[in-house]
Design a protein around this ligand. Structure first.
Ligand SMILES: [Zn+2]
Length: 84
């Protein structure tokens, strides 16, 4: 399990700020994210299906790109990696 990241004064673990902004993955923050996503899914089934479809479409597109234009894929993928 990941250790809690050090948060600035006023920010608490188990909140959206800690999980998303500070990228904390301690048990408290992961629990927050899990419950947040579960609530989102329950309240927006259509949006969740759409999101899932988009993720799958992106994955398929990347696979096709890798197969058909490996040079472009490498270029694109390296950009993606640098942004993280
Ligand atoms: Zn945390």
């Amino acid at each position: 399990m990941d250790k809690p990241v050090k948060l600035p004064t006023g920010a608490r673990h188990g909140t959206s700020v800690a999980y998303n902004k500070h990228k904390c993955r301690c048990p408290k923050c992961r629990r927050f994210n899990r419950e947040y996503n579960a609530a989102y899914r329950a309240n927006n089934p259509e949006a969740f299906r759409r999101q899932k479809r988009n993720v799958l479409a992106h994955r398929r597109a990347m696979t096709r790109l890798r197969e058909r234009m490996p040079d472009l894929y490498t270029e694109f993928y390296e950009e993606e990696l640098q942004r993280q």
